[in-house]
Design a protein around this ligand. Structure first.
Ligand code: 28F
Length: 692
């Protein structure tokens, strides 16, 4: 990235005086959630995002083109960039080094003030101090003016003044931190989460190289490094999103242009799919609920494509215009805007509110799209052909849908025969369990609390469903039953007020078939009942994987890790447990006089039909029974482990979970064989535990 003279002058003029309001870090340690969302896995990773965001801000300002993230043993993370380096001169207000001020005070960013960063994501520049406050150890190193400066901290407090510790080549900032494990409930970083996020950031910050090295394994083990660098920016992102589908045309549309101070970067390409994927970002922050930039984009697309189609005679005089719906089908687009003062709205602050973003995107995309369509006639023909087909299908589908809907869904009384409904008519307490297969359905019907729990068994055939066309989907009886049971109707007639259950619980086996059915149902909800997901009505039941019996004590285990933990725990506490067991034994023996020890076989007899294994952990016999399917549990067990609101574990499905399922669905059901094979090979072991 060019560091122009102009920018250099600017950076020299920009010193230590941008910081206005200053506050210590006590509030951060008192209420960490206020600053990083929570103190679980997401909050822990948030620490990394905050530090990386600072580097990305420096990159967006044009001063940095490389960011290196290192994970080290002991949950220590370092982030290093080759930006200008945080200034170290004495700060006017605090009278200590600016570096120290930035790391130890809140509101020390000065990002939106004069001379601060024009464009920024993150916590408005207080990120570094928040991370410092929540770390038991941290270190800041700055290379500036040929010198290396350093300061260390414990719990946000400096151990000593900022020191010059040597010479330096180049410039930059490096922050190292070790999260305070008394604050976080999760302390281990997950490389997958880190890679996913930083890959996305690399797409959104064109030309910046992000390197991630995981150095947490044993020393002789080869360390793994990952490098993300995308010259194409969001164009590369669109290609990536379309890797598992068939593009309809070759050239990805791409534009990067500034309009009225807003940087607009947009790429799109149509695929064979019927669905639309639009990813929108403002200052690199994802806006799942869209916003003004998305509105501007849609307007530009609809108007420009219609104009072109008319001019070239694809649309005849008698034809009506293509609708926004027709233009959506099969579209994969990434919209990224960068602006000075982003306003986020909506329930989850996930929607861009700045009205000026709308005309900016509309103008940039309209102008560039007109040129693209003229210059790429082959691509244009494919795109318009796709839109025209969608228009025709829309008319046909409506006709088909109306006939289907008239037959069943509209008369609310024709509830499917397979549905064992609950007796309560109060939707706010009612739950619908969608169960795989008739045998598990039988157990669920017997085990449930009839008052508020309804059971709908589905057959395996559901797998052959085609997800794209509503009319074809409703031709499948299993799906039709489900839609009728929900009560909301579907498509244009959908109305969430008529939902008959507050919770819709997908209860499938922990095997490959179960995972398929779950994926399919989530896809169905994602495509055709998105409001049910958005409003938190969709759940996945979590049946246990194992039943572990130790003497008379029965424990239900829900994951392999939990089982390992239990064993480890037993080994650790073994002397105490053994002693307790011994004491019991002697007591018993005394009472019945010389009665032989309880035979081991008695322990081996598990209930139900699951696989049984007996393990002996230093004298304690463990009877471990693995459940392969819901059908292996008797109704009482199913109730107490999986259905009883007091004891069950259920996973509420978020829009992201469903989006992932939708992607997996493509891979599993799509026409492309290679990615499916790859997916099944790489996930063969984990498919049974796919937590979607
Ligand atoms: C590993 C994390 O934090 N990188 C950063 C800079 C550069 C400047 C800066 C940062 C100064 C007064 C706040 C340098 N020279 N990586 C990072 N690189 N912050 S953070 O300035 C911060 C402001 O108050 C910088 C000239 N201007 C800005």
């Amino acid at each position: 990235m060019a560091k122009t003279e102009d920018k250099k002058k600017n950076s020299e003029a920009y010193g230590a005086d941008q910081i206005q309001v200053l506050e210590g870090l006590d509030p951060v340690r008192k209420r960490p959630g206020m600053y990083i969302g929570n103190t679980a896995e997401a909050g822990l990773h948030h620490l990394i995002w905050e530090i990386v965001d600072n580097s990305i801000d420096e990159a967006m300002a044009g001063y940095c083109d490389q960011i290196k993230v290192k994970l080290m043993p002991g949950n220590i993370v370092s982030v290093e960039d080759n930006g200008r380096g945080i200034p170290v001169d004495v700060h006017k207000v605090t009278k200590v080094s600016t570096l120290e001020t930035v790391l130890t005070t809140l509101h020390a960013g000065g990002k939106f003030g004069d001379g601060g960063y024009k464009v920024s994501g993150g916590l408005h520049g207080v990120g570094a101090s928040v991370v410092n406050a929540l770390s038991k150890y941290a270190k800041a190193e700055v290379k500036r003016d040929g010198k290396l400066y350093m300061q260390e901290y414990n719990f946000g407090k400096p151990k000593a003044k900022v020191k010059e510790i040597g010479k330096a080549k180049g410039t930059g900032t490096k922050t190292t931190f070790q999260p305070d494990d008394s604050i976080f409930t999760v302390t281990e970083f997950d490389i997958k989460i880190i890679l996913e996020r930083l890959r996305q950031q690399a797409y959104l910050t064109k030309g910046v190289k992000i390197i991630i090295c995981d150095e947490r394994e044993a020393e002789d083990y080869k360390h793994l490094c990952y490098v993300f660098y995308f010259e194409g920016g969001v164009k590369s992102y669109v290609r990536h999103l379309n890797t598992h589908t068939e593009p309809k045309h070759e050239n990805v549309f791409y534009i990067l242009k500034n309009s009225e101070g807003i940087e607009v970067e947009v790429a799109f390409q149509y695929t064979e799919e019927y669905s639309e994927t639009i990813l929108a970002f403002a200052n690199n922050i994802h806006n799942p609920e869209g916003g003004m930039h998305v509105v501007g984009f849609r307007t530009a697309m609809t108007r420009t494509i219609n104009n072109y189609a008319r001019n070239k005679g694809y649309l005849k005089e008698k034809d009506t215009n293509l609708t926004a719906e027709d233009i959506r089908e099969g579209l994969t687009a990434v919209i990224s805007v960068k602006l000075t003062d982003p306003q986020f709205e909506g329930q989850t602050k996930a929607k861009l509110g700045n009205v000026e973003a709308r005309p900016a995107v509309e103008k940039v995309v309209s102008e560039a799209l007109e040129i693209y369509l003229e210059e790429n006639p082959k691509d244009s023909e494919a795109i318009i052909g796709k839109c025209l087909l969608a228009a025709r299908a829309r008319v046909a589908a409506r006709a088909a849908r109306e006939t289907v809907l008239r037959k069943g869904v509209l008369d609310g009384f024709a509830l499917p025969g397979k549905l064992a409904d609950c007796s309560s008519k109060d939707a706010s307490i009612s739950e619908l369990f969608i169960v795989e297969g008739d045998s598990a359905g039988g157990s669920a019907k017997q085990g449930r609390s009839r008052e508020f729990q309804a059971i709908l068994p589905l057959r395996g055939k559901i797998l052959n469903v085609e997800r794209a066309r509503l009319d074809k989907m409703l031709a499948n009886n299993e799906i039709k039953s489900l839609v009728i049971a929900l009560g909301t109707n579907i498509g244009e007639q959908f109305d969430i007020k008529d939902l008959r259950y507050d919770k819709i619980v997908i209860m499938t086996d922990a095997d490959v078939d179960g995972s398929h059915i779950r994926t399919l149902l989530l896809t169905l909800f994602y495509r055709h009942f998105p409001d049910l997901i958005k409003e938190g009505h969709i759940y996945i039941a979590q049946p246990p994987l194992y039943r572990v019996q130790m003497g008379k004590e029965v424990t239900w285990i829900y994951s392999d890790k939990e089982l390992d933990d239990l064993k480890a725990d037993l080994l650790k506490n073994q002397p105490a447990k053994l002693a307790a067991a011994e004491a019991k034994k002697t007591a018993k023996t005394k009472a019945v006089e010389e009665e032989p020890e309880e035979p081991a076989e008695e322990l081996v007899e598990g209930e139900g039909e699951g696989e049984v294994a007996v393990e002996s952990l230093g004298g304690i016999k463990l009877n471990i029974q693995r459940y392969k399917g819901l059908g292996e549990m008797n109704p009482d067990q199913l109730w107490s482990t999986t259905m009883d609101p007091k004891t069950r574990k259920m996973k509420k499905i978020s829009a992201e979970d469903a989006e992932k399922a939708d992607e997996i669905f493509d891979i599993l059901m799509g026409s492309d064989v290679a990615p499916r094979k790859r997916f099944i090979q790489t996930h063969a072991k984990s498919v049974k535990n796919l937590d979607i």
